[in-house]
Design a protein around this ligand. Structure first.
Ligand SMILES: Nc1ncnc2c1ncn2[C@@H]1O[C@H](COP(=O)(O)OP(=O)(O)OP(=O)(O)O)[C@@H](O)[C@H]1O
Length: 634
């Protein structure tokens, strides 16, 4: 007996049968108007389902069949949804790669994924042909458009071929049958292709529904392409934003707000970069890349005053977390040049929840953004990775009201409690493969170790990367389960909450102990004289020393906003004095050397937040010179 519910595409079929007239997609016609409504094309569930059926028939007749790996390079517009569901219905294996990772890496990923078919817009085909992407394995190419464009066929032709053939019969998928290959963002090396099975997609849909209480009929502004698939599967109407999906940090917040208001959007999936940009709607001037408002720099203050500063911040925090129902905009900052929409007309009052995934979200940007939301509405920041998502969940109320102040004291970043059905263990840190699970691997309670995840959302392997698979997976001989090593370090607290302390590969092992990036950097990041910091290790004579690279606020934006400040910017020495004061207040940050970085840090293009610490370590090493040691410097 077929089990269609295991195939995510069967949710679309069900919605088309039960709610045929409900809109599945609102796609803007042309650019979105930032000041008011925009004309959108509405596609109902019935239409989307019929379109994906027609395309599925067309694809099958040109040889794209169950198991055919198919690279899909199409922006998240209606065709993307129809094609994704068509491929899933067939049982073909779509390969999703983020074009934002750059042409060189794209080529490597495509070679590794060995796609047999390639469906893309004309631009993607030009790149494919010029750069020879996947030349060895491709058999079938489809141009997304009216014309063939040197491909075997066009999407329009496929539609014509399948239009009269009715529903596509979805074959029964096995729970472990590959459903898609999704690439990681490649922030610690070349991106890896993660093999998703039908069972994993089905579990993710159920977990997202249960964790966030998402109901059919909700309206979603989907600014995160990976989640675009889940909108229709959860019965939500998807509003397509006017943005480059590979550059979420460039989203125009006013356009997003206009769409939220036009459609009464209730749910938003987004990356932390989107949350930071939407926070600008509060209208209090520019923020740095960590989402902190750029404020007038003050000269370094002595330690006793810092205690007062902490108390002041705590009071502000408490006030914020107690009541976010009133938009605390200062007088006169409402509709100024910044175009604030945070007022009685502009609050994003239809939103019921916001889900920010993919990278750490800074507390500062959450703090700003929640001021745009109705009272009681939270921003959730699920923790997870392409290989296992979601693993844990926490909301902005708990972060801003409690955990943030501990983060700033060096305790790591709280990423919440494991979601239902997912178990998280902490094992002793090792860089070696671990073939079999055993309880003897477990770290001591509260010791920082590597997170290991067990559950229905855990993927079992990377495609074509046996070495990476060996390093990341552990088999449990008792149950046959495959557990995933997150490559992240942290610990569990007494309340069962996970505290993320950084990437395992970014830890700095010194003779005085091991330092973890996310236990060190937040201590310094709250200094207003810095934008972000990044901890790296510099090795001299076999000894590794901790070095803190410091990114300064964007002083140009700051002085544009506060011209009077031009003459009062802090000197490098003043900044270092401030950092030293901070370090002295926390036991594990005392022996650090500071290095001011010119310009912005190298970061991932997608989120603008995953710092390439490997690159910074090389830079720091060069800056300090071969003869440097902290002792010699002193
Ligand atoms: N809520 C969160 N808080 C802190 N970090 C997070 C959160 N969510 C995700 N992350 C970080 O993002 C990582 C997962 O990102 P992703 O799967 O996109 O690939 P990547 O790990 O960045 O890339 P690669 O594995 O290729 O280096 C997690 O392992 C974690 O380090």
């Amino acid at each position: 007996m077929a089990n269609p519910s295991l195939n995510v595409a069967s949710h679309l079929e069900r919605m088309a049968a039960q709610h045929p007239a409900q809109v599945a997609i609102h796609a803007p016609i042309g650019r979105v108007n930032a000041d008011g409504p925009t004309e959108h094309r509405a596609i109902t569930f019935l239409e989307l389902n019929a379109d994906s059926d027609a395309i599925a028939h067309g694809l099958a007749s040109i040889g794209v069949v169950r198991g055919t790996r198919t690279a899909l390079m199409v922006p998240p517009a209606p065709d993307f949804f129809a094609l994704t569901f068509a491929l899933l219905k067939i049982g073909a294996v779509p390969v999703f790669i983020d074009p934002g990772m750059g042409v060189k890496n794209l080529g490597k990923c495509l070679a590794e994924a060995e796609p047999e078919a390639f469906i893309g817009i004309a631009k993607a085909h030009v790149a494919r042909r010029v750069l020879g992407w996947a030349r060895k394995t491709l058999r079938t190419t489809v141009n997304v458009g009216q014309w063939r464009f040197y491909c075997h066929t066009s999407l329009e032709r496929l539609r014509e071929m399948g239009r009269t053939r009715g529903a596509y019969h979805i074959p029964e998928p096995g729970a472990t049958e590959p459903a898609a290959i999704l690439f990681t963002s490649g922030s610690t090396g070349v991106a890896k292709g993660v093999v998703y099975t039908h069972g994993i997609f089905a579990a993710q849909v159920e977990l997202l529904k249960a964790t966030y209480g998402i109901e059919p009929g909700e309206i979603d502004l989907c600014t995160f392409p990976l989640f675009a698939l889940f909108g229709p599967a959860l019965g939500m109407t998807c509003v397509i934003p006017d943005m480059n999906a590979s550059r979420p940090a460039q989203i125009n917040p006013h356009k997003a707000a206009a769409q939220i208001k036009q459609f009464g959007v209730t749910n938003m999936f987004g990356s932390p970069a989107v949350i930071r940009r939407l926070g600008e709607l509060v209208g209090e001037g520019p923020t740095d890349l960590a989402g902190k408002p750029l404020v007038e720099p003050t000269p370094p203050s002595p330690l006793p005053e810092e205690k007062g500063e902490l108390a002041r911040e705590t009071a502000v925090l408490e006030a914020t977390s107690a009541d976010n129902s009133v938009c605390p905009l200062p007088e006169g900052k409402g509709d100024g040049g910044g175009g604030s929409t945070c007022d009685t007309r502009g609050r994003l009052s239809s939103l019921r929840r916001v889900i920010s995934a993919g990278a750490p979200a800074s507390a500062a940007s959450l703090e700003r953004f929640v001021r745009l939301l109705p009272g009681g509405v939270e921003v959730f920041t699920p923790y997870g990775a392409t290989e296992a998502l979601p693993v844990a969940n926490i909301g902005s109320r708990e972060i801003l009201g409690e955990t943030r102040s501990l983060t700033e004291r060096g305790r790591g970043v709280c990423v919440g409690r494991p979601v239902g059905g997912v178990e998280v263990y902490v094992i002793r840190i090792s860089d070696e493969p671990i073939a079999e699970w055993s309880d003897s691997l477990l770290a001591a309670p509260s010791e920082v170790g590597e997170f290991v995840v067990r559950g229905p959302i855990v993927t079992r392997q990377y495609y074509n990367r046996p070495d990476a698979t060996k390093l990341a997976k552990i088999r449990d001989p008792k149950t046959g389960d495959v557990l995933h090593r997150m490559g992240d370090v942290g610990y569990l607290d007494d309340h069962g909450r996970l505290w993320f302390c950084g990437r395992k590969s970014h830890r700095v092992t010194t003779p005085h102990g091991t330092l973890f990036t996310d236990m060190v950097e937040p201590v310094f990041n709250r200094c207003e004289q810095v934008a972000r910091t990044a901890l790296v290790g510099v090795t001299r004579g076999g000894v590794t020393y901790p070095v803190l690279c410091v990114e300064l606020p964007d002083y140009r934006a700051l002085t544009d906003h506060y011209p009077a400040l031009k003459k009062r910017l802090p000197t490098p020495e003043a900044i270092k004095t401030k950092l030293r004061q901070r370090a002295g207040a926390t036991f594990h940050t005392e022996r650090i050397t500071y290095l001011l970085h010119p310009g912005t840090f190298p970061v991932d293009v997608r989120h603008n937040s995953k710092i390439f610490r490997e690159k910074l370590a090389v830079w720091a090493d060069k800056q300090l010179g071969p003869k440097w040691t902290p002792e010699a410097q002193a």
